[in-house]
Design a binder for this molecule. Sequence first.
Ligand SMILES: Nc1ncnc2c1ncn2[C@@H]1O[C@H](COP(=O)(O)OP(=O)(O)OP(=O)(O)O)[C@@H](O)[C@H]1O
Length: 216
Amino acid sequence: MIVLSGTIGAGKTSLATLLANHLGSEAFYESVDDNPILPLFYENPQKYGFLLQNYFLNKRLDNIKDAQGSALNVIDRSIFEDLLLFQLNADLERATQTEVQIYGELLQNMMEQVDFSDDAVVKTPDLLIYVNVSFETMLGRIKKRGRAYEQIENDPSLYDYYKELTSRYHAWFDNYSASPKLMIEGDKYDFVNNDEHLNEIFAIIDDKIKELGIKG
Ligand SMILES: Nc1ncnc2c1ncn2[C@@H]1O[C@H](COP(=O)(O)OP(=O)(O)OP(=O)(O)O)[C@@H](O)[C@H]1O
């Protein structure tokens, strides 16, 4: 299983589709627009933060189970980043540190590999790909995509939230050690609109898959 990671608007969902197509595997998505908690969370993070994390945890585990068929299947967002977002929310007093602790322990427990039979669900990715985009690119994408609850015009406090999120993402990726990892420069390669860039990205990922011996 290949999992994508990166901040809001990094291009994970698009890359998941393109990459799965390229690898002849399947992509699995966390549908953002159907998420009933997300708009509530943006409106009242204190009230809905913990519920949102539990919602995501459940959905991401579903994705991991669904993606078991092939090591080349692609998931559009890793389960590991949620703790980063939740910790940020707690540090901004939109959730409590106790909630983060309980959530973190639950996550750890759920991710533990307890079944060693041949058909056990393998929860750790074969490869994590981080799409690194700058703060400016992130803001541009959020604006262009236009999801109402993500817009800074509707809630100016989101500017600081997004800024802090961007800087924490870099540290998160540096510290990530649950699986092999690869960083892609999302500012440099416009893989959504430029086929040449897309092919360059594919070549980088193909090399890594070969080096790691990942087979479908
Ligand atoms: N654990 C979380 N806690 C709080 N908000 C979250 C969490 N995970 C995702 N979100 C929010 O959900 C929305 C979707 O984020 P996500 O990065 O998964 O998708 P995306 O923005 O469509 O990414 P891409 O454009 O790279 O496909 C964003 O508003 C993000 O802030």
